[in-house]
Design a protein around this ligand. Structure first.
Ligand code: HEC
Ligand code: HEC
Ligand code: HEC
Ligand code: HEC
Length: 392
């Protein structure tokens, strides 16, 4: 194994720093992803927020925070049991190509799969502490200076809240100033807890939840220019420098953290817009969803992995017991350095997804149990597979 790893180290070094690959490209489409979810039979076993099958977990109601790599790791780790269930239920093996996988990930992302659930009790306290209750009613209690917030229950997505709070921000700030109420800001999970409280306290509305539609990164990129965000922010290497660069952040953010950041930075942004004579843009919820999809594609929400560590992961997880690397001979599966079409993380995920259905080609003595992969390891592995320069 040693010489191979050495050779690989060299390959990685030649490939240079981690390539700035998008998590999902501008052509990947969460709306198409929602159709993949139905058409490929995921919905037969999984619900999303209560709608769908009950064999697997509800993908809208999973605890713990998530990034793309958490999802990738979860898919890999659960794959053997999922495949087993599919056989039992006579569900045909769903094949997913890179494009479908990308769409599916985009769909799950904008449906808030990646945000942990808020704490209703903490939200109730915050609603009072942040003085929202002075101006807003929820479930029959509170002031009437601002609109009743019961309707927010229908729009479970933080994208919707981010849009509404952005659009109404200047007006709210004026009313707060007039009433000498300090403008609140949100830390950590506070906004998420508030959303959970509003959802729990407001009456159920007959037609059920109405989600903000998943956005489209391509349209989001156009909006980013049209709404003049690009005059102050750069993303994907272009744009202004008055505001922070929104691409390739070093931390992982959730949608609610994005909504909080938009709210918290509103006063500074309004001041900057005034100084440049840029009119404050309004963003409809579907436009906000598009901007989010675009920011996701430039990695505002997640950091990438380290290709050098990825080599060690591939080795530790037994990938190299089946796969050859860099021309090595005698392995039962293909050479990873020659695999085609691994040009996005979604493509790697699609390739990994197929593994739960392949017959183990190793001789009996070399067979090993399915190795679980943690999200950080998955990020490194994906970075590694993408960093390999392949013959065209
Ligand atoms: C035949 C039923 C079945 C089908 C079809 C199915 N799954 Fe699953 N899925 C399961 C089961 C059961 C689990 C839990 C397995 C376990 O606990 O290890 C699971 C787990 C998962 C998880 C991990 C959830 C977590 O804990 O984070 C994800 C993500 C997932 N499935 C996505 C999908 C997607 C996407 C599709 C469609 C391409 C799909 N599943 C199709 C049964 C299914
Ligand atoms: C001083 C009064 C005041 C306080 C305090 C206040 N708001 Fe508002 N809020 C308003 C007013 C007035 C509007 C409507 C602004 C407009 O018409 O543009 C509004 C609008 C909103 C909207 C848009 C509602 C819709 O249906 O479009 C949301 C969401 C909202 N507020 C959330 C909050 C939250 C959460 C808090 C606490 C952190 C809060 N507000 C605190 C006065 C307030
Ligand atoms: C006139 C300049 C300007 C424009 C136009 C502008 N912003 Fe900003 N934005 C800023 C500044 C300045 C900050 C940082 C404020 C601070 O850190 O106090 C900021 C902060 C942010 C943040 C928080 C970043 C973080 O993670 O901390 C986000 C998200 C954001 N802007 C998104 C947008 C979007 C989306 C648009 C277009 C609808 C936009 N901005 C338009 C100047 C601008
Ligand atoms: C039990 C043997 C086995 C193990 C372990 C295994 N694979 Fe595979 N893998 C295969 C087989 C068989 C294929 C089908 C195509 C081939 O022969 O390369 C495949 C296909 C692939 C492909 C697509 C290649 C292409 O040309 O389209 C990728 C990428 C891949 N595997 C990565 C991995 C990674 C990363 C790991 C470790 C987490 C891993 N594999 C573990 C057997 C295995």
């Amino acid at each position: 194994m040693r010489p191979v790893l050495l050779a690989l180290g060299l390959l990685v070094a030649l490939a240079g720093p981690a390539l700035a690959q998008s998590l999902f490209g501008a052509t990947q489409d969460p709306l198409a992803g929602s159709r993949v979810f139905g058409a490929r039979g995921c919905v037969k076993c999984h619900a999303v927020n209560g709608v769908g099958g009950m064999v697997g977990p509800d993908l809208g109601r999973i605890e713990r925070p998530r990034s793309f790599f958490d999802l990738a790791a979860a898919l890999w780790n659960h794959a053997p049991r999922m495949a087993e269930r599919m056989r039992q239920q006579g569900i045909a093996r769903p094949r997913l190509d890179a494009r479908e996988m990308g769409d599916l990930v985009a769909f799950l992302f904008t449906l808030d799969y990646f945000d942990p659930r808020g704490d209703v009790d903490a939200g109730r306290r915050l609603f009072t502490e942040k003085r929202c209750v002075v101006c807003h009613q929820v479930g029959g209690t509170g002031g009437v200076v601002g609109p009743n917030l019961d309707a927010l229950r229908q729009y479970a997505s933080p994208i919707y809240l981010a849009a509404q709070m952005w659009n109404h921000g200047p007006q709210m700030a004026a009313v707060m100033a007039a009433r000498k109420i300090p403008r609140p800001s949100f830390k950590d999970a506070e906004l998420r807890d508030l959303i959970a409280y509003i959802g729990a306290a407001s009456p159920v509305i007959a037609q059920g939840p109405l989600y903000v539609l998943p956005g489209r990164a391509g349209r989001g990129r156009a909006l980013f220019a049209q709404k003049r965000c690009a005059e102050c922010h750069s993303a994907a290497g272009q744009g202004g420098t008055l505001g922070p660069d929104l691409a390739e952040r070093s931390v992982t953010l959730s949608l609610t953290q994005f909504a909080s950041a938009m709210w918290n930075k509103t006063p500074a942004m309004l001041a900057a817009m005034k100084s440049r004579a840029i009119p404050v843009p309004q963003l409809q919820p579907d436009e906000m969803a598009d901007v989010v999809a675009y920011l996701y594609s430039v990695r505002y929400f997640a950091q990438g992995g380290d290709p050098k560590k990825g080599v060690a992961v591939a080795n530790a997880k037994g990938c190299l017991t089946c796969h050859a690397l860099a021309g090595e001979r005698g392995k039962p599966a293909g050479d990873l350095a020659r695999a085609k079409g691994l040009d996005s993380p979604a493509a790697v995920l699609a390739a990994l997804w197929d593994h739960s259905f392949i017959a183990d080609p190793r001789p009996a003595r070399a067979k090993a149990p399915w190795a679980e992969i943690r999200p950080g390891e998955m990020a490194d592995l994906v970075a590694f597979l993408q960093s390999l320069r392949r013959p065209q």
